[in-house]
Design a protein. Structure first.
Length: 565
């Protein structure tokens, strides 16, 4: 471990401008009377970037940390060739936070959330005996679990049970890491509420989320990586958002880089994206409202279940608070965009084809928005564009597979879809999980199969972040096939009747069928068999649409559509 001296800094209240010392874990200015974030003011105005052997702490001049922890890795920025050529962009740079040894990226959780975990945990005192509490939709929990396990930092995670599949690891965790879950159907906000209940005990302390300067400044290393690699501040910066904390961090880093004096004097336009239909910040931004618009809790939970990028489902983001996302977008002339599941999946497939890397759902959302901006002519071909990407890399590690197994529904298990009062029976699922250990030895680009060194052959669709499939299970009505269930969407069955043995009959004469993979109308005249799973989603193909005017679409399963490849 390199010798290290704690970083020198003070805190500043955004609302009042008051500067004051950090008490060790200060999350807000105690003298401020209005909701406001606090920012760091570092003693070193010009950053000195250290060598790669420092990991994330190569940017320690602008990280509020007392020490360095083991195992960190910094984001890696490179100039795109494949995607840039496809889009006609001359200066597209990709900041990669994931696992891809070929370019020096070594975040084994495959998430840029490692940047905040290594920063937050290094801000805590080494002799802290209380238990850190972190609420997460999945990726943040995975990152904090790894960091705390490797460095023996007591941690309690609060995660929605529905997102538990995101907690995969290379090896068993140290017992210092514990987990609690809100019940099925709960979301990130419910996980926060559960964590708050625990925090009533003085044996625990809150990580703080967006209010923790260490979290934001850790996330800001994506911008520091980009700017120090490019040599200047980009003109545009694309990122998917759930809370918007990463975009706030990018704005704050931009201001420090201007003060540095070596990288330019302009603010890059922040283009942030949400995964439709979960778009509360998009709705507020389109209404030019600092205050979040009303969002029914039950509808928010349903929308969060539908989206692929479950990590982008924060119902209470730091949007309108002083120094929050609203201020960041106003200051930078930025914008909020949306991407549907199909759009994000197509962007991910394109990225994999052109850049050779499989990116996660949230990064697919950001990439889809970049593609839309280019296609609409909003970005000049010679503009310097940064795109923050979280990715798995070249499949060079164990692959975690989450599967589902359907069961018959009872007559009393009915819900209404999209508030239209249509009585629908919901197929309930239980998870079947397995970890396939092995390294990739072959990849067939024609049919999308991946072969591991133990002989296991997998379909590439299994590598989606919210994977819902098994290798050879999920027989429906005697049919043996891969049981794809539309990667994270709500899954429903619409039986016309259920007999005593649980057999179901269907009548699809009144439905139009769409495929969620390409968004194409398949026609109602096709025969789809007697029994299958399908999903529903709302059409956000037009960005000006509102939740009240969405059209419900019915999506058939892959077996009805033909091969995914």
């Amino acid at each position: 471990m390199k010798e290290f001296n704690p970083t020198s800094y003070t805190l500043e209240c955004v609302a009042t401008g008051r500067e004051f010392p950090d008490g060790g874990w200060t999350l807000a200015d105690p003298q401020c009377k209005t909701p406001s974030l606090v920012r760091t003011r570092y003693a070193r105005t010009q950053i000195e970037v250290r060598g790669d052997e420092y990991g994330l702490y190569k940017f320690c001049d602008w990280l509020p940390v007392r020490r360095m922890l083991q195992g960190s890795s910094a984001p890696v920025t490179y100039k795109s060739k494949g995607l840039a050529a496809h889009l006609g962009l001359e200066n597209l740079y990709i900041t990669f936070s994931g696992y891809n040894p070929a370019i020096g990226a070594a975040m084994t959780t495959c998430s840029f959330k490692e940047t905040e975990a290594y920063s937050v945990c290094a801000r805590a005192a080494e002799d802290e005996r209380r238990v850190l509490v972190v609420a997460s939709a999945g990726n943040t929990a995975r990152a904090f679990a790894k960091v705390c396990s490797d460095n023996r930092i007591p941690l309690l995670l609060s995660v929605p049970e529905d997102n538990i599949g995101a907690l995969w690891f290379e090896e068993p965790l140290d017992p210092c890491v514990k987990l609690i879950c809100c019940e099925k159907g709960g979301d990130y906000f419910d996980a926060i509420h559960l964590g708050d209940m625990v925090l009533k005990s003085d044996r625990f302390y809150a990580e703080g989320g967006a209010k923790n300067v260490a979290r934001r400044d850790g996330m800001a290393t994506t911008v520091l990586s980009a700017v120090t690699a490019i040599g200047r501040i980009p003109d545009y910066y694309f990122q998917a958002v759930g809370s918007g904390t990463g975009a706030i961090a990018a704005w704050e880093a931009n201001q420090r880089l201007i003060a540095d004096g070596r990288f330019g004097s302009h603010l890059m336009k922040l283009i942030v994206s949400q995964n439709a239909p979960f778009v509360p910040m998009y709705d507020a931004w389109r209404a030019d409202s600092r205050v979040m618009l009303p969002y029914d809790d039950d509808k928010a939970r349903r929308d969060a279940e539908i989206i692929d990028a479950k990590v982008l489902s924060n119902r209470r983001p730091p949007y309108g608070i002083a120094g929050g996302l609203y201020d960041a977008l106003k200051a930078t002339g930025g914008d909020v965009m949306v991407a549907t599941n199909p759009q994000a999946r197509r962007a991910r497939a394109l990225f994999r084809e052109l850049e050779g890397v499989d990116i996660y759902s949230a990064a697919g959302v950001a990439t889809a928005s970049l593609i839309k901006c280019v296609e609409s002519g909003r970005i000049a071909k010679d503009a310097v564009v940064g795109n923050s990407t979280t990715a798995l890399g070249n499949y060079e590690m164990g692959i975690h597979i989450t599967g589902t197994s359907p069961r018959s529904v009872s007559n009393d298990e009915h819900i209404a879809i999209n508030g239209k009062g249509q009585e629908t029976s919901r197929y309930l699922l239980h998870k079947v999980e397995a970890t396939v250990e092995g390294k990739v030895v072959a990849y067939n680009a024609v049919n999308g199969t991946v072969t591991l060194d133990n002989g296991t052959v997998l379909n590439r669709s299994k590598f989606y972040n919210t994977v819902v499939c098994t290798t050879s299970a999920g027989a429906v009505s005697g049919e043996t096939r891969e049981n794809h269930t539309l990667a994270g969407t709500d899954v429903y069955a619409l039986p016309q009747s259920i007999d005593a043995a649980g057999n179901e009959s269907y009548n699809f004469a009144n439905y139009k069928f769409y495929t969620d993979y390409e968004g194409k109308y398949l026609g109602a005249e096709r025969s789809y068999g007697a029994s299958f799973l399908y999903g529903t989603y709302q059409d956000y193909s037009q960005e000006t649409s509102t939740s009240g005017s969405m059209e419900q679409k019915v999506i058939p399963p892959p077996s009805a559509q033909g091969p995914l490849n």
